[in-house]
Design a protein around this ligand. Sequence first.
Ligand code: 3SK
Length: 512
Amino acid sequence: MMSASGNAAAYFVDRHVAEGRADKVAFREAAGLRRSLSYGALADGAGRVATALDRAGIHREDRALMLVLDQVEFPQTFWGAIKAGIIPVPLNTLLTAQLYQVILDDSRASILFVSQRLWPVVREVALASPHLRRIVVIGEEAPDGTTSFPAFLDGCGPSETLRVNEDEIAFWLYSSGSTGQPKGVKHVHAALKATSDSYGARVLRIDENDVIFSAAKLFFAYGLGNGITFPMAVGATTVLFDDRPTPQAMFDVLEAEKPTIFCGVPTLYAAMVQHFRKTGVPDAPLHTCISAGEALPAEIGRNWHGLCGVDILDGVGSTEMLHIFLSNTKEDVVYGTSGRPVPGYDMRLVDEAGRDISPGAIGELLVRGASAAEGYWNQRDKSRATFEGYWTRTGDKYELREDGRYIYCGRTDDMFKVSGIWVSPFEVEQALVSHPAVLEAAVVAMRDDEGLEKPKAFIVLKEGQEVDRDALKQFVKDQIGMWKYPRWIDVVTELPKTATGKIQRFKLREAS
Ligand code: 3SK
């Protein structure tokens, strides 16, 4: 039950000490310093962060950006801010300096917490930000213009959790829109418990004996639920891994840490299947594996089950709904489908005019549930277009089968996901045309051999120019991030366009 205070930290953090779980390990690092943090130490550490924020003049409702790897300071900082009514904003750690600059400006955050390893990427834009009053580097060192985490906390004792209304904004997550421009998605305190009561308790069915490992990082809504709120709702233990989730790294973590629950995304499951066929399967007591981010191709689920002897529960979620609202369940896995509504959520499929469609037809999925976001920060049009009263538009097209299972049919716009992260064709095209040899570009999603979507580019070169495809791929990676580069590049003489000059991506998709 939510405590008298609507502050989510009262339920997820403070309660464990009162319930005698102070010595239980809440977080354990599988790499780096290999530290662990008990529930008691976390409550204490979060309290010290809250006190230090107050001492630094950071106030209720100010934003605290978190460019933080999956390490014990992540939950400590996240909960410390929430305890104080300050809004933590965990950021994707794979973005470019240019996007961090956009987010610094958009959020007008007063403080930035940044893991030492990530400091070089954000250094220049952070030091130039007119809004940041403090930069705290998580590490022992404090580069010029920053404070080290230990120095930030030095002399600070624990603090009380601020009493708030559960409808107040607790944290934001940035999600990229159709132009690739980030939108701050605002979530209330009550949303965190809503997802752990629904998906965490009813589908994942995590309990206090579980050890959970999420390859999806904590800055994603998916990883935040998997690695923080679901285990902390029941007093379980989370394994943290701060590095790239390569198949070998996953093998090592599973083998060494012996998690009982593993959370991945389809691309990673596909790579792990290939890898485990060579290495053998790690010895871990997994009883549940889950997948989200993009639809899991049936073949990958079957192969994983064949190798590891455990099903993957494929589900659908969004940053706007905070976690998974449609899913397969342990008793009811049908690969190639997204399963049925998670208890606590309702679905509707509508046509382009917003009318409910008849069974068997394809329509846009709308979802209703207590974890829906409050809206986008300072983006009124986009908020109105997405949040229609109690219903949230997903932008995904689905078919509802007669047996009550939903089948994913694609996006309503041209956006797609790679490794669970949205990719805007527009953004990739912008990066391509910023290359001196490229005149025009169009990007569509194409399925690779595993059935997973990746960007494919069609480019028109400037007269007399040639381009090395590998160098162009690297160029895009450097501009906008590792996962967004086009895996295939076709050089064409012209792009199909409408009379008004809009690229007809559907024609390129058909031709691919
Ligand atoms: O991006 C997604 O698909 C997702 C899935 C589960 C939970 C949260 C998110 C954002």
